[in-house]
Design a protein around this ligand. Structure first.
Ligand code: GRF
Length: 215
């Protein structure tokens, strides 16, 4: 078996959520934090969209928020460096991408290796990219689903932490399939963050192993 390249820390974690849109995954994670299922706190919600509903919700809930306006930065590298600054200022352990519609630069990925997770609404490595529910329907797959994975420099490609499958029905539209997948997203994303701060995620090669409690 490949050697261990990473083991998640067992600690009360400081979480940064990056989002660009409605923030339903953010909401699910916040709920898990609130009810104590995740041993952690949301230290920052950062967005590239001033009016992202998720950002507005975070503000209403009294969480610390940052809007980083892409127009104010000369390059993607500069933008991500500013993001790293915001995250480091708050001693964040884990960056949770929740509908964050920007591709991260290699600089950010490297600075936070095994400390950035993402959720994707398909069973990776099938259907990376955008509009993947429609792509799954068009391809005729019988099952699709969602994937929580570590973020690597290559888009939608890091080690897979959790997945959930849902059936694709003959009469599905992009919206009905997306809704069915979203129900599962809201289960496995908080679950992955919980496991992370229980110190139960181990990476060997590109495979992730979920360790028994107390292992
Ligand atoms: C989700 O479908 C997620 O899988 C994808 O972007 C969408 C975000 O939705 N990465 P929300 O903002 O969490 O509601």
């Amino acid at each position: 078996m490949d050697e261990v390249v990473f083991r998640s820390p067992r600690r009360k974690g400081r979480i940064a959520v990056f989002l660009s849109g409605r923030g339903s995954n953010f909401t699910a994670i916040r709920e898990a934090v609130e009810r104590g299922a995740i041993d952690g706190e949301i230290a920052l919600v950062l967005s590239n969209k001033a009016d992202a509903p998720g950002l507005l919700k975070a503000r209403e809930w009294g969480l610390e928020t940052v809007f980083l306006d892409p127009k104010l930065f000369a390059s993607r590298e500069d933008y991500d460096r500013a993001g790293v600054g915001e995250v480091e200022k708050r001693r964040v352990d884990l960056i949770v991408l929740a509908g964050y519609m920007r591709v991260l630069t290699p600089g950010l990925c490297d600075a936070f290796k095994y400390r950035i997770v993402n959720i994707h609404p398909a069973l990776l490595p099938s259907f990376p990219g955008l509009h993947v529910q429609q792509k799954a329907i068009d391809w005729g797959v019988r099952f699709s689903g969602c994937t929580v994975h570590f973020v690597a420099a290559e888009v939608d490609m890091g080690p897979i932490i959790l997945q959930a499958a849902v059936p694709v029905r003959p009469d599905d539209t992009e919206d009905t399939l997306a809704a069915r997948i979203l129900v599962e997203e809201h289960k496995i994303y908080p679950e992955a963050v919980r496991l992370y701060f229980e110190g139960r995620i181990e990476v060997r090669g590109r495979r992730v192993f979920i360790l028994e409690p107390g292992a």
